[in-house]
Design a protein around this ligand. Structure first.
Ligand code: SF4
Ligand code: FE
Length: 483
């Protein structure tokens, strides 16, 4: 089975035996949990769209390894066209879900592991690349969703992993056996982990010789013994328990993050992709982060498209679509959003092959892309809230709207243009609220700041990649300075 249907995907997650906690209780079945289900629906979209002929070229590709049609989320990029198609696919999925669809972290981990394991093996004669390729083929053949786990809790940010007061604040090897290793620690902010089949763990920073036990990378099923997850709260999450579609804003789709604990988890030898080669930790981090910073030039743009559309609909319903300042604000939102897309496409078009043969994005441009993402969605949100008006945060609940006494009053006084129902006006405002302040704000707004690395992480990379020395030479040449 090279491609799963959406329904097969849902049932495959139902069959897993994950240990998930939320609100102090064990979640018996995430598939039927009202708070978690919308996030599963977003991942499902990566399967559903892959079945449709009109999206086949974007959502799927032929695996060079097996000759089979596979989902692009399990593909190793072999050209700049592949890299551009990845970004376009992510924009499409952002448009269809208005949420984080979660499956990209695994795709980005795949491509970072592919080239890094190749280079470790070249230096040390290890077999990590073969291990990784075997795992990759298993995921391609079974169309699996893979989580990419990088972010350790990190404790005291001023101390290296081995120097922390608590040795578990970075995930590390606690036992080496004949048949594998045992790892302990945690990964924070894990996007989509409870909707994934497998998880690839990677180090979170460059490491030194004393951090050898922390320089570890591997893949395990998310229901492996010793793994458990604590679901993160999202703003307005319990609205999903109230039974009101109107109040939720985006009833079908969402994203999810969790704190994932690795409580002495066994990893068999053939699932290990790095084990002690500390000088390659930085390479893996830089490549994974680079790919994920490219990703944001796709997914956030797609969600931005929905928010821009919602703001324009709100303006229509308010009766002011032709006001010059409204038109100008919508133009500004589009300008900002398309600038992010330009960055995603540019870092892809400027990609280069690695030693292993897969394609890497241009690191400088990918970091510029993500740096812009830490700013522009905030401005887009500001403009959307400006256009929507205060009602997006003061509108009464659906229960009041359905009440025999209050409903007609709300309908009368909260109407905009007379040809649009008050209910539709409230629906579009709730969607804007969801994207700017509610559950989707995790994926659109704050994740734009911290996802794929906080702003300073990109500035470090821009400083490293920006080639300031060359620019100084250019200036001196023009100014006729010889020194
Ligand atoms: Fe994909 Fe964007 Fe979510 Fe990252 S934030 S997993 S790139 S949708
Ligand atoms: Fe993310």
């Amino acid at each position: 089975m090279a491609l799963m249907t959406g329904e097969q995907y849902i049932e495959s997650i139902r069959k897993m035996n994950m240990e998930i906690y939320q609100f102090g209780k064990k979640v018996e079945n995430p598939v039927d949990d009202p708070i978690l289900r919308p996030s599963l629906n977003s991942v499902r979209m990566t399967y559903d769209l892959a079945q449709l002929p009109e999206y086949q070229d974007l959502m799927t590709t032929i695996s060079p390894e097996t000759g089979e049609r596979i989902n692009r989320f399990t593909h190793i990029h072999r050209s700049t066209t592949d890299l551009r198609n990845k970004v376009k696919m992510q924009r499409l999925l952002g448009q269809k879900t208005a949420a984080c669809f979660q499956r990209c972290v695994g795709m980005d981990a795949f491509n970072a592991e592919y080239s890094t394991t190749f280079e470790i093996d070249k230096k040390y004669g290890t077999h990590y690349h073969d291990n990784f390729k075997k795992f990759m083929l298993y995921c391609q053949e079974n169309d699996l969703t893979v989580d990419g786990a990088m972010t350790d809790p990190k404790g005291d940010r001023g101390l290296a992993p081995h120097a922390q007061a608590d040795p578990d604040l970075y995930l590390h090897v606690v036992e080496k056996r004949e048949d594998g290793i045992v790892v302990r620690g945690a990964k924070a902010h894990q996007t989509g982990i409870c909707n994934s089949h497998e998880v690839i763990c990677m180090p979170t920073i460059a490491m030194g010789p004393d951090d050898k036990d922390y320089a570890v990378s591997f893949a395990v099923p998310v229901d492996a013994e010793g793994i458990y997850m604590i679901i993160g709260r999202q703003s307005c999450d319990t609205r999903k328990l109230e039974g009101s579609d109107l109040d939720v804003g985006n009833v079908e789709f969402g994203g999810v993050e969790a704190l994932v604990i690795f409580d002495d988890v066994f990893v068999p030898n053939d699932r290990i992709f790095m084990n002690g080669e500390f000088e390659f930790a930085g390479m893996l981090v830089e490549r994974f982060a680079g790919y994920h910073r490219q990703s944001y030039g796709g997914c956030k743009v797609g969600v931005g498209d929905v928010l821009i559309g919602a703001a324009a609909v709100a303006a229509d319903y308010n009766g002011c679509p032709k006001a010059s300042h409204i038109k100008d604000k919508i133009i500004e939102m589009q300008h900002l959003n398309e600038t992010l897309f330009c960055c995603g496409i540019a870092c892809s078009a400027e990609g280069q092959p690695t030693e292993s043969g897969n394609y890497m994005i241009n690191l400088l441009l990918a970091n510029v892309c993500k740096q812009n993402v830490t700013r522009f969605p905030y401005e887009i949100v500001r403009l959307a809230e400006d256009i929507a008006g205060g009602l997006m945060v003061t509108a009464p609940s659906e229960k009041d709207f359905r009440d025999p006494k209050l409903g007609p009053v709300i309908d009368k006084y909260l109407r905009g243009t007379n040809d649009v129902t008050t209910e539709n006006r409230l629906k579009i405002l709730r969607l804007i609220e969801n994207l700017c302040l509610g559950t989707a704000a995790v994926g659109y707004r704050t994740e734009s700041m911290h996802g794929a690395g906080s702003p300073q992480a990109q500035r470090v990379m821009i400083a490293r990649q920006g080639n300031l020395g060359m620019k100084k030479k250019l200036a001196k040449a023009i100014a006729h300075i010889e020194d």
